[in-house]
Write a protein that binds this ligand. Structure first.
Ligand SMILES: Nc1nc2c(ncn2[C@@H]2O[C@H](COP(=O)(O)OP(=O)(O)OP(=O)(O)O)[C@@H](O)[C@H]2O)c(=O)[nH]1
Ligand SMILES: [Mg+2]
Length: 459
């Protein structure tokens, strides 16, 4: 319900210099006033966004913390409502106590993303902007942040709105002929409408093509390292991380559980998963590890299959290669630093069947740049990579663009075949509505609820 006052802890729970409890809604000031005491002057004063020093007390008059409080007067706030932020010390107890006290004072605990949902419902942000807030928070690389921040600023929304405007003028042009709905359009009008439709279609298709790259920058990709025991999988993880994260020993079967870490490859967040070496085993713990490796392989977008250069190819290696036939796989020949090698590189190349074969030494760090480049190329596969453009990053947005393109295609076909004017108008209107799903100018309440449910509490 809009109109009530919500509250939440807006900073992460843990120890920090500052932690913030945020209130939004018409009773924000009244509630804050009932728990906040300041010596020198009345609070709040005339000024909005002024930080004022004082103390907060619970309902029985016990002191909770020394704070700075900030009142932001509606409508120039994130939610367009009255907002009060109480800057406490950043610890679990003071924050919890302040939150409890404002709730006892009449505020309601905010749901996930409820501040941003209010920002959307009150017109402070459109839907695409509100969705990008969470991307800014969760961005893992500079490229991901840049794309999300541009969306938050409204760059994507502006592009979508201008496309919607163009569709509206197209619609007006078509509807001007609607007095003769049974007849087709005049020759001149037909040409004009076609060319406008085609231009838009072109732009939308380009955005769809680039959306995959956008999603990769924002969400990242996962790559799992697999291979026989002792081939150097954990050493490879450590080498790519440039840190001794996983335990490495010369005992086969060292890694039992999966280890995940994220690295940055030319702006792409790459989650690397080190796994238990794959082999038939009677060891109960190792067996579970092997089962988990297989699940990880199913989920991963990229497989790094590691071979040991010191050894010849064994049946175990061949079995593993057989199990990843359908996957994006890189074939890595590790321990390239060793002089006496038994591995048959031609055989590995034949097994790879056109997929990249890379010689590396996890121990000495050679071949890693080459590996990173191959990963980047495999992920992007010629996808446009302009990080500075306005990119679509969400499947929801991409789907809406696809529907728009389909409707425009139908409109074009109708125009070509001399279809009745009002049918063409319907297609154009549907295209306009599909675009509106991105910015939220035409969305259902249910969709809005679903989107904000994914947010964290306090945002
Ligand atoms: N010479 C050489 N030795 C390596 C290299 N990479 C790993 N090793 C050695 O190979 C042994 C096994 O390395 P790990 O990284 O633990 O191998 P793993 O594949 O994770 O093994 P499991 O977890 O048992 O499946 C260790 O003694 C490493 O020091 C390399 O590039 N060159
Ligand atoms: Mg290991």
């Amino acid at each position: 319900m809009l109109g009530d006052t919500i509250a939440a802890i807006s900073t992460p729970l843990g120890e920090g210099g500052i932690g913030i409890v945020r209130l939004s809604g018409p009773q924000s000031v009244e509630i804050a006033k009932s728990i906040f005491k300041v010596k020198s002057k009345d609070w709040p004063g005339k000024k909005s966004r002024e930080l004022v020093y004082g103390h907060v007390y619970d309902q029985s008059g016990n002191i909770i913390d020394e704070v700075l409080i900030c009142y932001m007067r509606a409508p120039n706030t994130y939610t367009r409502e009255d907002v009060v932020e109480i800057n406490c010390h950043g610890g679990i107890m003071p924050l919890k106590k302040v939150l409890e006290t404002v709730i006892a004072g009449g505020a309601r605990l905010a749901g996930p993303g409820e501040f941003s949902k209010r920002a959307f419902l009150n017109g402070r942000l459109d839907l695409a902007q509100a969705e990008s807030v969470i991307d800014v928070i969760r961005s893992k690389t500079e490229a991901g942040l840049r794309i999300a921040a541009a969306q938050l600023k409204g760059d994507l929304s502006a592009k979508i709105s201008s496309m919607q405007d163009r569709l509206l003028s197209l619609l007006a042009m078509v509807e001007a002929n609607v007095d003769f709905p049974e007849e087709g359009l005049e020759e001149l009008t037909v040409e004009k409408i076609k060319s406008l439709c085609e231009d838009l279609m072109e732009e939308i298709k380009e955005m769809i093509v680039k959306a995959d790259a956008g999603r990769i920058y924002s969400e990242g990709i996962s790559a799992v390292i697999i291979g026989m025991p002792n081939v150097g999988k954990s050493s490879l993880l450590n080498a790519m991380l440039r840190e001794n994260r996983a335990i490495v020993t010369d005992v086969p079967g060292t890694t039992r559980d999966m280890i995940e870490e994220v690295i940055n490859i030319k702006g792409i967040p790459l989650k690397i998963i080190d796994t238990a070496g794959l082999r038939e085993t009677e060891d109960v713990i190792e067996k579970i590890g092997v089962a988990r490796t297989k699940e990880a392989v199913d989920r991963a977008q990229i497989i790094m299959m590691v071979f040991d250069a010191e050894k010849g190819l064994g049946d175990g290696d061949l079995d593993i290669v057989g199990s990843v036939r359908e996957k994006n796989t890189l074939f890595l020949i590790n321990k390239d630093d060793i002089k006496e090698k038994l591995i048959n590189v031609e055989e590995v190349t034949r097994l790879a069947n056109g997929r990249p074969v890379i010689k590396i030494s996890a121990k000495e760090g050679t071949g890693l740049k080459h590996l990173e480049k191959e990963i980047f190329d495999l992920v992007m596969q010629g996808k446009a990579t302009g990080q500075d453009e306005v990119l679509v990053t969400k499947i929801r947005h991409k789907n809406a663009l696809e529907i728009t393109a389909r409707c425009l295609g139908e409109a074009l076909e109708g125009v070509d075949q001399g279809a009745p004017v009002d049918l063409v108008a319907i297609d154009i209107r549907s295209a306009w509505e599909a675009l509106g799903e991105i910015t939220g100018s035409s969305v259902t309440e249910e969709l809005v609820d679903r989107i904000f449910r994914d947010f964290c509490i306090g945002k």
